[in-house]
Design a binder for this molecule. Structure first.
Ligand SMILES: Cc1cc2nc3c(=O)[nH]c(=O)nc-3n(C[C@H](O)[C@H](O)[C@H](O)COP(=O)(O)OP(=O)(O)OC[C@H]3O[C@@H](n4cnc5c(N)ncnc54)[C@H](O)[C@@H]3O)c2cc1C
Length: 500
């Protein structure tokens, strides 16, 4: 058993939400904090890696939501740090659809298939809504995508783009433009910039002893008195509160055991949430054999197997002369590819490229296959709430359980799945905790007056019942928990189940 460290707040996870939460706490005078991070780096799902002579983003790659009425806070951070970005114009992708014989599908057919897929998606949503509301008059069934081109477009609409209900808050609030991060310092530069405002750094490295890397939290004991966390290497950390910023995939796994177990309303919210696996496979070639120039950055492969190496991007706009292609897989295909060797994946990808561009294309000289699903500190790429997820699901997901506060992209009602969702959720959770700490302090002052024995004892003698007073105290705490939950649901009533 290792030594024990006591502090005011422990933050588990040094991804964007954990770092933004810690920064808000530090700015408000809570410097007595510790950040426990399982891996050997900060950033979490923001992660760059050297590949083919460049630095590529294995996780988040785009700043999504730019050019709207409000300014995306992550875009602001990027501008402040002069992060190099590159506008992504997806509008031509649907006109660069290749069939298995390498022919580009005529634009009229592509446009018709696109609008059919959009109509079908809307119909599916209406039917789900009618079912949810118990309406018997289900409207016409949506058409099922069958042909390779329909399957490819259906994949782009539902799997490549975020499957969100309209209107999409990110777009309505921040705008519809997307910028690819194309900077050797990586998307993670933003995390370092946030961290250096409150953590000690030297030569661009974080040297603050409050950031503890390679600390995998395995056990979390909680009670009204605080939390005790045990890490895989046997270290023990104690605090009044913990902010848990691990992904919903990790919460669904058995990596962290809670003692006592989390209540039913919380575990239900966690299990209900879907996790998307999204995999960008990078391929480096000796030379380019794909079309370059305006309107060619994104292209699509139509195959009878849905999601089979469908969505491609060349990196020439971001890094001219890099000779790198990226293909995106999701969910079942991601998991299948994660389970096989990179050589097998390379063979499949080369087969697809030779279908599109002919038998003479050269073999890739390097391949990089991220494994987000099998990474035990992630267990997937991002959360995906059902298109019709209701408010209580979010409220329960982020509501605290005693001294355990939750944060991360999955707790963001409006922007779940995105970097800006994670960033803003960290700020929200830290503010909620500061409020709780303030209330606790005020409550302490009051109760320290009340608990003065010479005042309390005559009062108890008058009421005649110590037991009654204890019950009242317990009821009082339940009401407090209820009030706290209301705070997290934005004042709207959450499900009855949740208020236990
Ligand atoms: C492939 C991919 C592509 C994406 N593309 C985009 C995009 O283009 N644009 C966009 O906006 N968003 C994108 N996202 C989503 C975005 O990356 C996330 O929403 C965001 O980074 C999540 O931040 P977070 O702080 O909530 O979680 P995380 O970054 O996952 O941080 C949680 C941290 O907790 C640590 N941890 C886990 N378990 C433990 C434990 N037991 N003990 C201690 N530490 C632990 C993890 O190591 C991690 O560092 C993408 C994600 C992926 C994976």
């Amino acid at each position: 058993m290792g030594s024990s460290t006591r502090c005011s707040v422990i933050i588990v996870g040094a991804g964007v939400s954990g770092i933004s939460a810690a920064k808000v706490l530090a700015e408000n005078g809570v410097n007595d904090l510790v950040i426990l991070e399982a891996s050997d780096r900060i950033g979490g799902r923001i992660r760059k890696e050297d590949f083919g002579g460049l630095s590529v983003e294995l996780g988040a790659g785009w700043i999504v939501g730019v050019g709207g009425k409000e300014s995306n806070p992550v875009w602001e951070l990027a501008n402040k740090s002069s992060l190099r970005t590159c506008f992504s114009d997806y509008s031509n992708a649907r006109y660069n659809i290749y069939d298995q014989s390498g022919k580009i599908i005529p634009s009229g057919l592509a446009a018709a298939s696109y609008s059919k897929a959009v109509d079908s998606a809307i119909q599916r949503l209406r039917n789900q809504e009618a079912k949810l509301r118990g309406l018997s008059t289900i409207t016409e069934p949506p058409s099922i995508p069958k042909t390779p081109i329909e399957l490819a477009i259906d994949f782009i609409l539902h799997d490549f783009e975020m499957p969100e209900a309209e209107p999409i808050s990110t777009y309505t609030d921040f705008g519809e433009r997307e910028f690819l991060v194309a900077d050797e310092r990586g998307y993670e530069l933003l995390l370092y910039k946030l961290a250096e405002d409150f953590l000690l750094t030297s030569d661009g490295k974080i040297v603050d002893s409050r950031l503890k890397l390679n600390k995998v939290v395995r056990e979390l004991h909680h009670s009204r008195n605080g939390v005790i966390l045990t890490t895989e290497d046997g270290s023990i950390f104690e605090a009044n509160y913990v902010i848990l910023s691990v992904s919903v995939g990790v919460l669904q796994s058995d990596l962290i055991s809670f003692r006592p177990p989390l209540p039913k309303w919380k575990t239900e919210a966690i299990t209900k949430c879907d996790v998307i696996v999204y995999t960008k496979i990078f391929l480096k070639f000796p030379y380019k054999f794909w079309p370059c120039g305006p309107g060619t950055e994104f292209f699509i492969y139509a195959h009878e197997r849905r999601g089979y190496y469908t969505f491609w991007q060349h990196m020439e706009n971001a890094y001219p002369g890099s000779n790198i292609l990226v293909v995106t897989l999701t969910n079942g295909e991601s998991k299948r590819v994660e389970a096989q060797t990179d050589e097998e994946t390379l063979k499949e990808a080369m087969g697809v490229l030779r279908d599109m561009f002919g038998p003479d294309v050269p073999d890739a000289i390097e391949i990089l296959v991220p494994r987000w699903w099998n990474n035990r500190f992630q267990r997937g790429s991002y959360s995906n709430y059902s298109l019709l997820a209701n408010q209580p699901d979010f409220a329960d997901m982020k509501a605290p359980v005693g001294p355990i506060f939750f944060t991360g992209e999955h707790t963001s009602e409006k922007y779940s799945g995105y970097v800006h969702g994670a960033y803003l959720s960290g700020i929200d959770t830290a503010n909620a905790l500061l409020e709780e700490m303030k209330n606790e302090k005020e409550g302490d002052k009051e109760s320290s007056l009340e608990s003065q024995p010479f005042l309390l004892e005559p009062l108890l003698a008058l009421t005649g019942s110590l037991t009654l007073t204890q019950n009242e105290a317990v009821n009082g705490l339940d009401k407090w928990d209820f009030a706290r939950q209301q705070l997290f649901s934005g004042g709207k009533l959450v499900s009855h189940e949740a208020i236990k």
